[in-house]
Design a protein around this ligand. Sequence first.
Ligand SMILES: [Zn+2]
Ligand SMILES: [Zn+2]
Length: 116
Amino acid sequence: MFKESCVVCFREISDPVCPDCYIQQVKMWVKHNGANEKVQEDFVEHLRRRFNFDTLNEEKCVLCFQGDVSVCYYCFFRRSTRLLENFSFPKETINNFRGVFNYHIMMDTLRLLKAQ
Ligand SMILES: [Zn+2]
Ligand SMILES: [Zn+2]
């Protein structure tokens, strides 16, 4: 049973994925959404800094087997959305982000990646 807790909300993490693997997904999304390269890099850099947590969790990420699992999907998603707003991405783009990173779709994608 996976019992690590999120460093942000302290709830149990049900999907043991590290922030780096989540960030990879967001990075691909930003690339396809019209932001220029400078904005893309800045955004991903900010995202990295925002999720650079120390954690006592011992569980490793199920995707890369290296990263520490520190934050739950909901917290990652919430903070990323807020960061998009801070970067003044257009509202439509942010809505698209919300759709693409819908929790269930995201988890299916991650499971597919894992199965490869
Ligand atoms: Zn959380
Ligand atoms: Zn990972």
